[in-house]
Design a protein around this ligand. Structure first.
Ligand code: PMP
Length: 331
């Protein structure tokens, strides 16, 4: 019988899909999407969840009956909740209030507890989601905080899985790797592997919301979730990116909607952002370029925002007529 005993076994090994429609006008470069919503938890973060828990168990930081406490915008929480459920741990997640309610409801559906904190406070403020998670991790007996912003197993999981998968799937033909930067784990781990295996040939391109520090911003707020930072996390390796491209919320969300309507890829806002950056790379790259862009999650958690016309109009991202303004040609 072809049966898996555990969802955890099904994490990783996601497909590469050629983008055909949104790439119009970018010449011959191929743009291939690594579609991470095929993970059982629906996002790239399953990869880091299992790697961080395995390491904590090995190191004796997480013991039977323990509690996982983590500040997460949702996706890491889902991955951790799946691993925790299989292995009998309790989960408490701390989320900033800009995260869509649909996403925190998903965490609760897996049986996790969720604590919501204000987005508009400094990271060292006692009510920030960083501070609250530290306090809970100290107060709850048997608590372990994976801390995806400093845990080396975050980038390591991508060095060990995402990078090798992409190299094998493209038979070593990849020329550019494009990914959004949140903790920086994806781009740092995958990028390091691809640089090493190709002898430095593969170009690594970060995608970042306008305003975030990675692309030279001050950390001012933006709406794209899961990416961008106002601090420099330890999991981001500054040696890896050859280039970081800043993308506006409007361009990210417009592309996210186009991916759903033109490629039938119902994905999240950071995916639209990464694709905008990938198309900018494609527009300048030679015809034989093979550009891989990583799409971190699915779009169901954003139905009330990016895929809602009134919400888009309220920020001026969509005209009152509901027509999407084109980004191809402008990017
Ligand atoms: N997009 C989304 C939706 C995410 O949740 C994350 C993780 N924070 C990222 C992109 C960025 O990935 P990383 O943390 O590996 O840089």
């Amino acid at each position: 019988m072809q049966v898996h005993d555990s969802l955890v076994e099904l994490m990783g090994n996601t497909p590469l899909l050629r983008l055909r429609k949104v790439t119009g006008g970018t010449g011959g470069a191929q743009v291939l999407a690594k579609v991470e919503y095929f993970n059982p938890g629906g996002s790239v973060k399953d990869r880091i969840a299992v790697r961080m828990v395995d390491a904590a168990e090995r190191e004796g930081l997480l013991r039977p009956g323990g509690t996982i406490v983590e500040p997460t915008s949702g996706n890491t929480g889902v991955g951790l909740a799946i691993v925790a459920q299989e292995r009998g741990y309790r989960c408490v997640f701390v989320c900033p209030d800009k995260v869509a309610k649909d996403k925190t409801d998903v965490l609760k559906a897996y049986g996790a507890e969720v604590v919501i904190c204000p987005t508009a406070v400094a990271p060292d403020h006692p009510e920030s989601y960083y501070s609250v998670s530290d306090r809970l991790a100290a107060e709850i007996p048997g608590a372990w905080k994976p801390n995806q912003y400093v845990n080396p197993n975050n980038p390591l999981s991508h060095y060990e899985t995402t990078g090798p998968e992409i190299w094998e799937q493209t038979e070593g033909k990849i020329t550019h790797f494009v990914a959004g930067i949140g903790t920086g784990g994806t781009i740092s781990g995958t990028g390091r592997y691809l640089k090493e295996v190709s002898g430095g040939r593969v170009q690594i391109v970060g995608a970042d919301p306008e305003g975030s520090v990675y692309s030279g911003g001050t950390g001012r707020p933006y709406l794209t979730e899961g990416v961008g930072e106002d601090i420099w996390p330890e999991t981001y390796d500054r040696e890896i990116c050859d280039r970081v491209i800043a993308v506006s919320d409007k361009d990210s969300f417009t592309m996210t909607r186009r991916l759903a309507r033109e490629e039938a890829l119902l994905v999240g806002g950071s995916c639209g952002m990464a694709v905008v950056a990938a198309l900018r790379v494609a527009a300048e790259a030679p015809d034989d370029a093979v550009i891989v862009v990583l799409l971190p999650d699915g779009g169901r958690g954003y139905l009330s925002k990016i895929f809602n016309d009134e919400w888009m109009q309220s920020y001026g991202f969509l005209s009152a007529a509901g027509q999407e303004e084109p980004t191809v040609g402008e990017v």
